[in-house]
Design a protein around this ligand. Structure first.
Ligand code: GLN
Length: 381
């Protein structure tokens, strides 16, 4: 028979969520909050369903949401964005990533990826015919080696795909790192696809700085956000891309052949959400920060070596020397089956030759759920 392509693997999130269900485990694996986002946003979505229209919205997105995205760029980052030509709405950041990659990457183009990397990057770049060039940040600080960064650029480099703040490392790239990355992109005439879905999940009052706001980057950056993260509504899959008009144009061409549109009521509700006042955004990061501390302290008390976490809703721990198993995969399997706690092996975020000493806990869960996970781990250890 004619062979099908077998190069795509089951994502680790699906694998771990299935195992969590099968073993009735506390699910700290796949990243999603266990309480839905703001009720007023959900009510707005419900109204949109009833009032309609429920037909195909404009291909680029509902005007109210495109306007809200442009406004948010100005409000949070001082970026001037024309809502009509520089914003496009997608079905989640995942579609946004695919659209950007389909728009920019041609067979043979090199795409710079920073490991650990979010799991859809590699398959998307590869299926587009791109050549991934992987560069690592190393724990515990996940620092970027600037010499290695400079050496990773070549005449074939078409784009760099940056996830900042970074999943699973919970790292916020430093000003120095971003400055150098921007300088190299300008020097080598390279585009940046910036996955910034965790832009509002930064702790200790830290402020997210989009690579797009660095000198020379405004016209070579596609900046991606997600309502799933910003409003704790991961199932909605509403994403948005901001970029120069001449980049949004080819991205829109890709989008029209991937999904064409995104549900109009959800777009309308997210537009409403983006207009929320500062107190919402402060609450979001403060609430997650306290959960981070609860989980980190619980894990430290159990003897885990918890790595720094400056953003996102993930904590990484170094399990080396604990005698829990040979590899992160084995430890995660034991944890879900024996302890009843689902986590994610960090080796899943590498394209090969991965370190095997790190596992990821998702902490955007109710406090009693985090306590239950800690209690189960205490019994098991
Ligand atoms: N981004 C989520 C995580 O890192 C998972 C999303 C998904 O399942 N595709 O856990």
């Amino acid at each position: 028979t004619n062979p099908v392509f077998t190069g795509l693997e089951t994502t680790i999130f699906e694998t771990m969520s299935r195992l969590a269900m099968a073993h009735d485990a506390v699910n700290l694996g796949q990243g999603f909050p266990d309480v839905d986002g703001p009720e007023d946003i959900r009510q707005e979505a419900a109204r949109g369903l009833i009032d309609g229209p429920n037909q195909y919205p404009p291909m680029l997105g509902v005007p109210a949401l495109r306007q809200a995205v442009a406004k948010a760029n100005k409000r949070f980052y001082g970026l001037d964005v024309d809502w009509q030509s520089q914003v496009i709405i997608t079905s989640g950041a995942t579609e946004a990533l695919a659209d950007c990659i389909f728009a920019l990457v041609e067979p043979g183009d090199e795409v710079l990826l920073i490991e650990p990397l979010y799991d859809c990057y590699l398959p998307m770049v590869q299926r587009a015919g791109g050549v991934p060039v992987r560069l690592r940040v190393t724990p515990p600080e996940w620092a970027l080696d600037l010499d290695a960064l400079a050496a990773a650029f070549s005449p074939k480099t078409k784009a760099v795909l940056l996830n900042n703040p970074m999943n699973p490392a919970a790292k916020v790239f430093t000003d120095e790192e971003l400055t150098e990355l921007a300088r190299l992109c300008v020097q080598h005439d390279v585009y940046a696809i910036c996955d910034e879905v965790y832009e509002h999940l930064v702790f200790e009052g830290g402020k997210h700085r989009p690579l797009m706001s660095y000198p020379g980057m405004e016209n070579r950056t596609l900046r991606i956000g997600s309502a799933g993260k910003t409003f704790s509504l991961t199932g909605w899959k509403v994403g948005y891309i901001t970029g120069a008009a001449n980049l949004i144009e080819p991205v829109a061409k890709a989008h029209q052949f991937v999904t064409f549109t995104t549900p109009p009521n959800l777009q309308r509700a997210v537009a409403f959400g983006l207009g929320k006042d500062d107190s919402y955004y402060h609450w979001l990061s403060a609430d997650l920060q306290s959960k981070r501390d609860r989980m980190a302290n619980g894990l430290k008390d159990l003897g885990f070596n918890v790595l720094p976490c400056d953003a996102t809703y993930f904590l990484t721990v170094d399990i080396s020397g604990m005698g829990l198993g040979e590899t992160d995969v084995e430890v995660c399997q034991r944890l879900v089956k024996e302890a009843g706690v689902a986590t994610v092996p960090v080796s899943a975020f590498y394209g090969g030759d991965a370190p095997v000493d790190y596992i990821r806990f998702c902490f955007c869960k109710q406090d009693h759920v985090l306590e239950e996970a800690i209690a189960r781990l205490a019994v098991w250890l």
